[in-house]
Design a protein around this ligand. Structure first.
Ligand SMILES: *Cc1c(COP(=O)(O)O)cnc(C)c1O
Length: 229
């Protein structure tokens, strides 16, 4: 074992505690109940050895962005820690809907009809009901996944009426080079008018702002696990 790995193992639980303190402070500032914000520890790219100390520190909700990577890492980790809640935060191909429904407790990037249809089928077939978030491309960035804000209401209606799919909330990833607040506000507004209770928004750099705008799920990776290699 290298010295660097040893240091990382000691650091992640301390970083986790700091992030939790900052979430609590942001909730106080926003006059929100800290229990209304779920911290998703984003462990993508980090090996099981880096995740174990964070599990040992009591963290139970984790995020991964690739189905294959999660399949390789999490069955063993879950065997020793069955109450883990696993969130898929990255894009999902329709042909991986079956694996995603089997493995994940939440899916954050539902953004097109073909995927909604594939998920609806698997949810019925497997009788497993992961929490579902529709991703909104609030910055209308051409390279980014997500439904355009002006198409969101129709997409949510189609999920419900055409596929019988219950969407629980919305997710967004603001453009890197812009202030995130307007994007969080827009996502919250679309959720509110569609009667959706959950908001997946805020990452290491902006989770405090996201909490001020009503985030119920913050996705925090590097602030807990360190910089991704
Ligand atoms: C990687 C990732 C995160 C975590 O990002 P950090 O800046 O490391 O906190 C959050 N959300 C999504 C969708 C991601 O892909």
């Amino acid at each position: 074992m290298s010295e660097i790995a040893t240091t990382d193992r000691l650091d992640a639980p301390a970083a986790l505690a700091r992030v939790k303190d900052e979430i609590a402070a942001a909730c106080r500032d926003a006059r929100r109940d800290p229990a209304s914000v779920t911290l998703i520890a984003v462990s993508k790219t980090f090996p099981s050895e880096a995740i174990e100390p964070v599990l040992a520190a009591g963290q139970r909700v984790f995020g991964e962005n690739r189905v294959q990577e999660a399949k390789a890492k999490w069955p063993a980790l879950k065997a020793s820690c069955p109450d883990v809640e696993l969130h898929l935060i990255g894009p999902l191909q329709s042909n991986k809907a079956k694996e995603a429904v089997a493995l994940f407790d939440a899916i954050h990037a539902v953004d097109r009809s073909s995927l909604a249809e594939a998920l609806a089928k698997e949810i019925v077939r497997q009788d497993r009901h992961p929490m579902l978030f529709a991703e909104i491309n609030t910055g209308a960035e051409p390279q980014k996944a997500g439904v355009l804000p002006e198409a969101a209401d129709a997409f949510l209606r189609a999920c419900r009426e055409a596929y019988g799919l219950r969407i629980d909330g919305l997710m967004c990833i603001p453009p890197l080079d812009e202030a995130p607040a307007p994007h969080f506000a827009l996502t919250a507004k679309i959720a509110k008018r569609n009667g959706l209770a959950l908001l997946s928004m805020g990452m290491s750099a902006d989770f405090k702002t996201a909490i001020a705008f009503g985030a119920t799920h913050v996705r925090v990776g590097s602030a807990i696990f360190g910089t991704r290699g």
